[in-house]
Design a protein around this ligand. Structure first.
Ligand SMILES: Cc1cc2nc3c(=O)[nH]c(=O)nc-3n(C[C@H](O)[C@H](O)[C@H](O)COP(=O)(O)OP(=O)(O)OC[C@H]3O[C@@H](n4cnc5c(N)ncnc54)[C@H](O)[C@@H]3O)c2cc1C
Length: 233
């Protein structure tokens, strides 16, 4: 089983070459920090503000993870702490961030990948070896666990009941969820970030899209279901 992450050495044995698959790169990244501070809000904040995107998330009562959209070539060491807080604060109007010492900073590039095949003979791919998603929808770990649940069920049926049907169906079954998660991650990303080609029309349309989701019970339900993960058959 290839469960060895996005730089998988097992992947070429399944797909023929490491990059065989479907790939998309986005023209922006996230500047992420970990800081020692209390929570600024009881829940996650995803913000698409006039000044750009920010995500405020909580790791524990005294460690917080925060991100803002940045250039993919940004050097995480060039911004001052004061500059980072100023950027974050400007992107969450209406919320006062609780600041504290920043002890980790990184720039996360936005990439999507799906391997062309998930199984070849006795080798199968799961998790980041099989796919990567941009972080906006927080689907990476969720999807990795879902692959493992499907493959474990298939292996159990093959080994205990001598029945190959689930293992043969693993690539198709997993791909259905993977592409739904790719769509969700792309949708969250495109709905919440400012793209270089966006004009005034695109920005207003994007806010219309956001309102279509938050003002609609069906929209909120789709977002919650996709965010937490779809049920298994
Ligand atoms: C900064 C960051 C933040 C993230 N935040 C979130 C989040 O909030 N929510 C979410 O769902 N996902 C998040 N993700 C994505 C998530 O971490 C991954 O999707 C998930 O860890 C994938 O699990 P995996 O087991 O497939 O791969 P990995 O977690 O990469 O594990 C692969 C393992 O294989 C080992 N390995 C690699 N090569 C070999 C080898 N040759 N031999 C033996 N072992 C090997 C590695 O050491 C590693 O332990 C984040 C990722 C990053 C980078």
């Amino acid at each position: 089983m290839g469960a060895d992450g996005s730089r998988s050495v097992v992947r070429p044995a399944v797909t023929g070459a490491s990059r065989n698959g479907y790939f998309r790169e986005y023209p922006f990244a996230w500047f992420g920090i970990l800081c020692k501070a209390p929570e600024s809000a009881p829940e996650l904040i995803y913000s698409n503000s006039d000044n750009g995107f920010a995500l405020i998330s909580q790791r524990s009562h005294d460690v917080q993870r925060m991100y803002f959209q940045c250039d993919p070539d940004a050097d995480p060491n060039t911004l001052s702490e004061a500059g980072i807080w100023e950027t974050l604060q400007s992107r969450v109007p209406g919320v006062t961030l609780k600041e504290g010492p920043i002890f980790q900073r990184d720039v996360l590039r936005f990439r999507s990948f799906v391997a062309s095949e998930l199984r070849h003979g006795r080798a199968a791919l799961v998790g980041d070896a099989a796919h990567t998603v941009p972080p906006t929808g927080a689907k990476g770990m969720n999807l990795a666990v879902a692959d493992v649940v499907l493959l474990a069920r298939a292996l159990r049926t093959m080994l205990k009941e001598n029945d190959d049907r689930l293992i043969d169906a693993y690539p198709d079954d997993a791909m259905k969820r993977i592409w739904k998660a790719q769509h969700f991650s792309w949708w969250m990303t495109s709905m919440l970030h400012q793209l270089p080609e966006h004009n005034d029309f695109d920005q207003r349309r994007q806010l219309g899209e956001l309102r279509s989701v938050v003002d609609s019970e069906a929209g909120r339900t789709y977002l919650a279901e996709a965010y937490t993960g779809w049920p298994f058959d």
